[in-house]
Design a protein around this ligand. Structure first.
Ligand SMILES: *Cc1c(COP(=O)(O)O)cnc(C)c1O
Length: 387
């Protein structure tokens, strides 16, 4: 983590604005005032840094943190987080006992998982807190409706023997980022049926939860007891169809920039980067940006990615290489060491992660999440544990 001034200029950096993250969490809580909020911090907080982001989210009132893998959840505990944490992506033989010992809520989508949880609870001598996940139509993880009664009955029996407490019944949307998609209503109906059969089975979950970012922002009837926003915590909109971040009072948290490693005049007809897919149309100026696909810049951005250099948007000229790429300044001049901004909140004239997603044919989620560990994260607005 970097808070003190750097001893020397960094080649590149991802500035992470924790004030913006806290404001985003508050805005999301205001969008779902009757529900608790779980800040999803999987995959290193979508590339923003799990621990500082988790701390900032707690400071802004996140009662829960969510991770995909148990390792991510255990790392939060090891770093001293004391609040509720749910992790949901398990494989057979996973660290159930460690998670139960660390007071982490775990998830079961099938009997095999519940059976491993029960066995681990017996070895630890503690009651496991379990969220049962229903597949209400996503067709990814979760228990199919046909298998649901059996999973509920097994969970209820485990509650009776004291190994398990079912703390959550939950599910996940397939198309909440396309408001009005018919699967949304169908999944809600299926989820309500899953809740009703859990109740008939004698289960009294503490939290019912279904809403990711788009449902948190656009679908109040999906809020239930807890909402699970991820990408919106980092100030990105889940999809252009849902809106732009400002529509919801959100602000992008990551700003990715690099210092120009070289600037030079070249003649017209000069090939640029591997494969010479770009040739200078005339005498011009080329600037070298010292980040490449090893830093998480998509190679698909070759010829398309936007970068703010010397006051204007430029486009990646030729191929993105492992460590660097080139932009054509069209005869403008910049100095080596000048800052090139790949993306940020967008209000200083720079492109946004959404602009990169559009240029590359992906989603903003992937743009920020794939920024690699080679790019130092520089935290702005970091505070102690108390707000
Ligand atoms: C990633 C994830 C979320 C958060 O989704 P966003 O679209 O980023 O808000 C919520 N729930 C589950 C199960 C997830 O995997």
């Amino acid at each position: 983590m970097t808070t003190a001034p750097e001893p020397k200029p960094l080649r590149a950096r991802a500035e992470i604005n924790l004030d913006a993250l806290r404001a985003n969490v508050r805005a999301l809580r205001a969008h779902a005032p009757s529900a608790e909020l779980m800040a999803v911090v999987k995959s290193n907080a979508y590339g923003h840094g799990a621990l500082p982001c988790a701390r900032a989210a707690r400071q802004a009132g996140a009662g829960w943190l969510g991770t995909a893998t148990p390792e991510e959840a255990l790392a939060l505990r090891a770093a001293g987080d004391r609040g509720r944490i749910l992790c949901w992506l398990w494989t057979p033989g996973g660290p159930w006992a460690q998670a139960i010992d660390a007071d982490i809520d775990v998830s079961a989508s099938a009997l095999w998982a519940l059976n491993e949880i029960i066995a681990a609870a017996r070895t630890t001598g503690r009651t496991a807190r379990v969220h049962l996940k229903a597949d209400t139509g996503l067709g990814r993880n979760g228990c199919q409706p046909a298998d649901w009664p059996e999973l509920l009955a097994a969970a209820r029996a485990a509650e009776a023997e004291g190994t398990v407490k079912v703390t959550g019944i939950w599910s996940h949307f397939a198309c909440a980022d396309e408001p009005g998609h018919p699967s949304i209503a169908a999944q809600l109906t299926c989820y309500r049926e899953a809740l009703a059969s859990a109740e008939r089975a004698g289960l009294k979950p503490e939290v019912r939860h279904m809403a990711n970012s788009p449902a948190t922002l656009t679908l109040p009837e999906a809020h239930f007891d807890l909402v699970r926003p991820g990408v919106s915590v980092y100030g990105l909109s889940p999809s252009p169809e849902v809106g732009v971040p400002e529509d919801f009072g959100l602000r992008p948290v990551m700003r990715l920039s690099a210092d120009l490693a070289n600037v030079k005049r070249v003649s017209g007809g000069h090939g640029v980067s591997y494969g010479h897919t770009y040739t200078t149309p005339g005498e011009t100026t080329l600037a070298l940006i010292p980040v490449g696909y090893a830093d998480g810049i998509p190679r698909h951005a070759s010829g398309t990615g936007p970068v703010l250099v010397a006051g204007k948007w430029r486009t990646v000229a030729g191929r993105v290489a492992m460590d660097q790429f080139v932009v054509d300044l069209g005869g403008d001049w910049a100095e080596p060491g000048d800052e090139a901004v790949l993306f940020g909140p967008g209000d200083q004239g720079e492109p946004t992660a959404e602009d990169w997603a559009h240029a590359v044919g992906t989603i903003g989620y992937e743009i920020v999440t794939r920024i690699s560990h080679r790019v130092p994260r520089v935290y702005v607005g970091e505070r102690g544990s108390k707000e």
